[in-house]
Design a protein around this ligand. Structure first.
Ligand code: HEM
Ligand SMILES: *[C@@H]1O[C@H](CO)[C@@H](O)[C@H](O)[C@H]1NC(C)=O
Ligand SMILES: *[C@@H]1O[C@H](CO)[C@@H](O)[C@H](O)[C@H]1NC(C)=O
Ligand SMILES: *[C@@H]1O[C@H](CO)[C@@H](O)[C@H](O)[C@H]1NC(C)=O
Length: 291
């Protein structure tokens, strides 16, 4: 990367953070969007009416991210998952999930930089973001590590079921809810088990934060609601009538999201799972011998 683009990246990032702080403050003083009106008018999903869900056809491109796959499955971005521009991704993750404009600008910029592509001019296929140790990393909530399952658009069903079964509390209306504590607990287990089972395991602090970032969307954007998460995680589908649980007018900002991420990450206790992980490693070695 040249000096010019490094400097322009730093200027861009600084501007982005100031913008994000401003939006966080505006969210504190402005009225929340009314329930039923979170998804903006004119965007798919307004009023809870999502375009028809269709599972991917043969040859379609999908990736490790359930949120991007779901947008393709509903035709909010191209159903083929190919030729997606970073600019349209920004626009659609904002309207679909109600992340703040600062977050929605940040993430596609990060993805474009990772793929060495131009944010404003280039397009990508979903599978391209699965570049190992780019954003994609080991010890994830929903998938086996790349060394065990090279196709990172394949979800590991037992992991999803285990996550959904973590819920121990209900909200006022009696819905099962996954909390910050539940999420820290299961992340600790996933990391400990992956570390024991996968000989090529690697997880930098940086990627741990990525992991808790992605996982934290489940308790913010989805409000931890198990009924919604079941469709979203198993089928990569947005339930009819669903809307983001974030009702702030400027969406979920990086600053307020960081508070959740920090709480999740600080609650992770990998050591609590050492014995469980050892047993699972022995079991998987035995399974491999038997096969
Ligand atoms: C440009 C936007 C986005 C990009 C480039 C992106 C990229 C990724 C990648 C590469 C992964 C795999 C990480 C891993 O190895 O575990 C991932 C996972 C995930 N993402 Fe996204 N994502 C984006 C937006 C979103 C949004 C808007 C949501 C939620 C509304 C979301 C929710 C998730 C969840 C729940 C996971 C699974 C985490 C896990 O298995 O541990 N993502 N994303
Ligand atoms: C990866 O898995 C998905 C989902 O099971 C499948 O549709 C796709 O064809 C697979 N891709 C490759 C390259 O095997
Ligand atoms: C998933 O993690 C990566 C790394 O932090 C990030 O670029 C992407 O935005 C995350 N997705 C969400 C919605 O947090
Ligand atoms: C939030 O945390 C990320 C690291 O995960 C950092 O890059 C970013 O600057 C933080 N943003 C704000 C607004 O605090």
């Amino acid at each position: 990367m040249g000096v010019f683009s490094k400097v322009s990246n730093i200027i861009f990032d600084t501007g982005l953070l100031s913008w994000d702080v401003l939006l966080t403050l505006l969210n504190l003083v402005r009225r929340k969007r009314p329930i039923g009106h979170v998804t903006p008018e004119g965007h798919p999903g307004h009023g809870g009416y999502w375009p028809e869900f269709k599972p991917p056809l043969e040859g379609a491109s999908r990736c490790s991210c359930p949120a991007l796959n779901a947008m393709a499955n509903h035709g909010i971005i191209s159903r083929s998952g190919r030729g997606i521009s970073f600019v349209e991704l920004n626009h659609h993750i904002r309207a679909t999930y109600n992340f703040s404009p600062s977050f929605c600008s940040h993430v596609p910029h990060v993805a474009a930089r990772m793929l060495k592509k131009s944010y404003s001019k280039d397009t990508f296929d979903l599978e391209e973001i699965d570049l190992h140790n780019g954003i994609e990393h080991d010890g994830s909530l929903l998938r086996l590590d790349t060394a065990l399952e090279p196709n990172q658009s394949v979800k590991h069903i037992p992991f999803i079921d285990e996550l959904l079964a973590m819920s121990t509390v209900k909200d006022r209306d009696g819905n099962d809810i996954i909390t910050t504590k539940d999420l820290s607990k299961i992340l600790g287990k996933r990391r400990a088990v992956a570390r024991a089972v996968n000989k090529e395991f690697s997880l930098s602090l940086f990627h741990k934060i990525f992991g808790s970032t992605n996982a934290s969307t489940l308790i913010t954007i989805f409000g931890g609601r198990v009924d919604d998460l079941r469709d979203f995680l198993h089928y990569e589908q947005l339930p009819q009538g669903w809307e983001s649980r974030i009702r702030q007018p400027h969406g979920l900002t990086m600053l307020s999201f960081n508070k959740t991420i920090l709480a999740v990450e600080l609650g992770v206790r990998e050591k609590d799972w050492t014995e469980v992980a050892q047993k699972e490693a022995e079991q998987s070695a035995a399974d491999a011998d038997a096969a």
